[in-house]
Design a protein around this ligand. Structure first.
Ligand code: HEM
Length: 177
């Protein structure tokens, strides 16, 4: 490891990682399991979608900042899962997590535009009877399923490092010297 390779990620990168983790898990939970159970006629539905859209915008901004930090701050050495294949899978999962988050943000913003959500939120247009009339909805649904699976894999890998390899990898994504 070179002198200039840090032991941890930059504190701003770490703060954004945990904030995004919280918001993405919340959005996946609400989007996949709570929103589908509420009928479009329910007055709660537009309110729920409005919060979803605003948190989605915030996540999009955080994602852009995070990508800038990813390429402008020094990264710790690549993690070692103890096996060349797993190391390659780990790298691929990290890249795919970014790709899917970009896909979620882009398809969400596309839906916002296609379904004219500003008019829906202000009450000037009715709540769409079926979002699947808009092509971006299919992308949003597909990416969210893949994202859910990858988040599960990512959390599983962190726990594997922490409790099976006992290498305290999690400390790299926390604050300290
Ligand atoms: C990283 C950011 C986002 C995440 C993780 C996320 C997550 C989700 C999930 C899990 C669903 C349900 C998908 C399904 O099961 O088929 C959903 C639906 C939806 N999302 Fe997002 N979303 C994000 C950003 C956005 C943004 C920025 C907007 C709009 C401004 C948006 C608008 C919608 C709409 C309109 C639906 C469809 C609701 C329905 O069919 O009733 N999303 N989202």
């Amino acid at each position: 490891m070179s002198e200039s390779t840090p032991k941890r990620y930059h504190p701003a990168h770490t703060a954004i990682h945990w904030l995004m983790a919280l918001l993405v898990i919340m959005m996946l939970g609400v989007g996949k399991f709570a929103m589908p159970g509420i009928s479009p006629e329910d007055p709660q539905k537009p309110m729920m979608l409005q919060s979803h859209a605003y948190i989605g915008f915030a996540l999009t901004v955080l994602l852009v900042i995070r990508l800038v930090l990813r390429f402008t701050t020094k990264q710790p050495a690549p993690a070692d899962a103890g096996n060349a294949f797993l190391n390659r899978v780990g790298k691929a999962v990290h890249i795919l997590l970014y790709v899917l988050l970009i896909g979620m943000a882009a398809s969400g913003l596309g839906l916002f535009q296609m379904a004219n959500l500003p008019a829906v939120f202000s009450g000037a247009a009715p709540y769409p009877s079926n979002f699947f009339d808009y092509p971006a909805r299919n992308g949003h649904g597909l990416f969210s399923g893949l994202l859910l699976a990858l988040v599960a894999l990512h959390v599983g890998a962190a726990l594997y490092h922490q409790f099976i390899r006992k290498d305290n990898l999690m400390a790299r994504m926390w604050f300290g010297k």
